[in-house]
Design a protein around this ligand. Structure first.
Ligand code: ADP
Ligand code: MG
Length: 285
């Protein structure tokens, strides 16, 4: 079960040239690079061992997991190596930027554009959940466009806090995720599993359809009160009047307060909202 790389990994760095910085995360930077053997442009995530404070196993887990994932909407793993003070993870390069930046640029998406991204994220989640893997950090910063084109396909990135469950119903307890996107059961520390990804996807869907976040609270206590009170979400008439009922129903299902009542990724892929948009579009072609 040994990972490829060591000990010759110390010299593998020279295989790659390093270019501009693509993003900065919690544990280091991600840079553009080029594989001088294959000529492929790649992304290289550079993680400072010092920043891991002894939790190097986390990076090993991320690598093991990524290495085994093969899906058109999950960022492709290419290679890894390490130096005395850094880990390097090489993946497929997504040149189209984060979904986050496209939301900032466009304000909001049309229902059709939103549905295209949501379907691709759901396909990635269906694939992960079938293998009992929970991503735990679904948000627009971790959804990347493969090309700069408007209709570019997306890949899901950042398996930094993803977990493989020992059984389909295992409950994880360690806090995870990002404020604004994490599900209430994650915030409350009640134990969470696959349904927490569905909640986060619901937040993403809401955000792209209206251009703002569904929740106003700035801390955990207020957030729990807010979602309990609203079970779970408000559609402000001014911003939602032109959005279809099916889209709103889709969001309500994904943002069920009780994780056991949330639909699975497979069920959402068959939701009337996504199915009818796909059908309408086909008829127009
Ligand atoms: P972190 O755990 O620090 O958030 P990520 O894996 O999410 O690390 O990477 C941080 C940022 O770097 C991403 O949000 C994205 O902007 C950029 N990035 C990561 N991987 C790629 C990639 N394969 N192609 C292009 N940009 C990437
Ligand atoms: Mg990230």
């Amino acid at each position: 079960n040994k990972l490829s790389g060591q000990p010759e990994s110390y010299c593998r760095k020279s295989r790659y040239t390093f270019g501009r910085t693509l993003g900065v995360g919690a544990f280091g930077t991600v840079r553009c690079g080029k594989d001088t053997i294959t000529g492929e442009e790649v992304a290289i995530k550079i993680i400072l061992k010092k920043s891991l404070k002894g939790k190097e196993q986390m990076v090993i887990d991320e690598l093991r997991m990524l290495q085994e994932l093969h899906h058109p909407h999950i960022v492709g793993f290419r290679d890894w190596f390490e130096s005395k003070d850094k880990f390097y993870i090489v993946t497929q390069l997504a040149t189209g930027g984060e979904m986050f930046d496209r939301i900032i640029q466009q304000g909001k998406f049309t229902e059709h554009d939103a549905s295209l991204v949501i379907v691709q994220i759901l396909e990635a989640l269906e694939y992960l959940h079938d293998q009992d893997i929970v991503h735990r950090d679904i948000k627009p910063e971790n959804v990347l466009y493969l090309t700069p084109d408007d209709d570019s396909e997306i890949v899901l990135a950042d398996f930094g806090i993803a977990k493989k469950l020992h059984s389909p119903d295992e409950k994880l307890t360690h806090a995870a995720g990002s404020p604004g996107y994490a599900a209430p059961e994650v915030i409350m520390g009640l134990g969470h599993g696959k349904p927490c990804d569905i909640w986060s996807l619901g937040v993403v869907a809401y955000t792209v359809l209206c251009g703002y976040s569904p929740f106003r609270s700035e801390n955990a206590t207020d957030f729990i009160a807010e979602v309990k009170h609203n079970n779970a979400v408000i559609f402000h008439a001014d911003y939602w009047k032109d959005v279809s009922k099916d889209a709103r129903r889709f969001i309500i299902k994904a943002l069920q307060f009780n994780p056991d009542e949330r639909p699975t990724a497979t069920e959402l892929l068959n939701d009337p909202w996504l199915v009818s948009i796909a059908k309408d579009h086909k008829e127009k072609d």
